[in-house]
Ligand binder design. Structure first.
Ligand code: HEC
Ligand code: HEC
Ligand code: HEC
Length: 123
C-alpha cells in the first residue's frame, strides 16, 4: 500500500507553501489608496471605469490635438463643454493633485512628468 500519511502531509505542505504569497498580499499597507474625490461634480469626463483605465490616452490625445493640430475646440460630453486641458479641466474638479493624482500614481509607481511644465493647483 502507499504511505498515505506521508503523501497527505507532503501535499498539505505544498498547498500551504503555495498559499503563502496570498497571505502576504493581504497586508493592509498594500490596500488601495483612499482618494479625495471632487465635491463640485458627480461625474467625470468619461465614466469612472473608463477614466481609470484611459485617462492617460485621453490627455495625450487632447495634447496632440491642441499642440500639434491647433484644434483647441472643447469636447462636448452630455451637453457640457470641457476644455482639452490638464489645468483647466481635470484640476478644476480634482483640486487636490496630492490626494488624488499623486496618491494613485505613487501607489502604482507612475511618475507623470506633466508637472515639470504645467501648474498644479495650489494646496
Ligand atoms: C466636471 C468635474 C471633473 C472633471 C473635469 C474631471 N473629473 Fe475625474 N472625476 C470626477 C468625478 C466626480 C469622479 C468620480 C466619478 C464617479 O464616481 O462616477 C471622477 C473620477 C475620476 C477617476 C477615477 C478615480 C477612481 O478611483 O475611480 C480618474 C482617474 C479621473 N477622474 C481623472 C480625471 C482626469 C485625468 C481628468 C482630466 C482629463 C478628469 N478626471 C476630469 C470629476 C471630474
Ligand atoms: C485610480 C488611479 C489613478 C488616478 C486617480 C490617477 N491616475 Fe494617472 N495613472 C494611473 C496609472 C495606473 C497610470 C499608468 C498607466 C499606464 O502606464 O498604462 C497613470 C498614468 C498617467 C499619465 C501618463 C503618464 C505616463 O508617463 O505615461 C498621466 C498623464 C496621468 N496618469 C495623469 C493623471 C492626472 C492628471 C490625474 C489626476 C487628475 C491622475 N492621473 C489620476 C492611475 C491613476
Ligand atoms: C516641457 C514642458 C511640458 C511638459 C513636460 C508637458 N507639457 Fe503639456 N503643454 C506644454 C505647452 C507649452 C503647451 C501649450 C500651451 C498652450 O498652448 O496654451 C502644452 C499643452 C498641453 C495640453 C493642451 C492645452 C492646455 O492648456 O492644457 C494638454 C492637454 C497637455 N499639455 C497635457 C500634458 C500632459 C498630460 C503632460 C504629461 C504627460 C504634459 N502636457 C507635459 C508643455 C509641457
Amino acid at each position: 500500500m502507499y504511505d498515505r500519511v506521508k503523501i497527505s502531509t507532503g501535499l498539505l505542505v505544498v498547498v500551504l507553501l503555495v498559499l503563502i504569497p496570498f497571505f502576504y498580499n493581504n497586508d493592509a499597507s498594500k490596500a488601495a489608496p483612499e482618494l479625495t474625490m471632487p465635491t463640485n461634480a458627480k461625474a467625470c469626463v468619461l465614466p469612472r471605469a473608463e477614466m481609470r483605465a484611459k485617462h492617460m490616452q485621453l490627455l495625450n490625445t487632447w495634447r496632440d490635438e491642441v499642440v500639434r493640430k491647433g484644434d483647441s475646440r472643447p469636447v462636448l460630453v452630455d451637453g457640457k463643454e470641457y476644455p482639452k486641458s490638464l489645468q483647466l479641466n481635470c484640476m478644476e474638479c480634482h483640486t487636490s493633485k496630492v490626494n488624488f493624482c499623486d496618491k494613485c500614481h505613487n501607489y502604482s509607481s507612475v511618475r507623470p512628468y506633466c508637472w515639470d511644465c504645467h501648474l498644479a493647483p495650489v494646496e
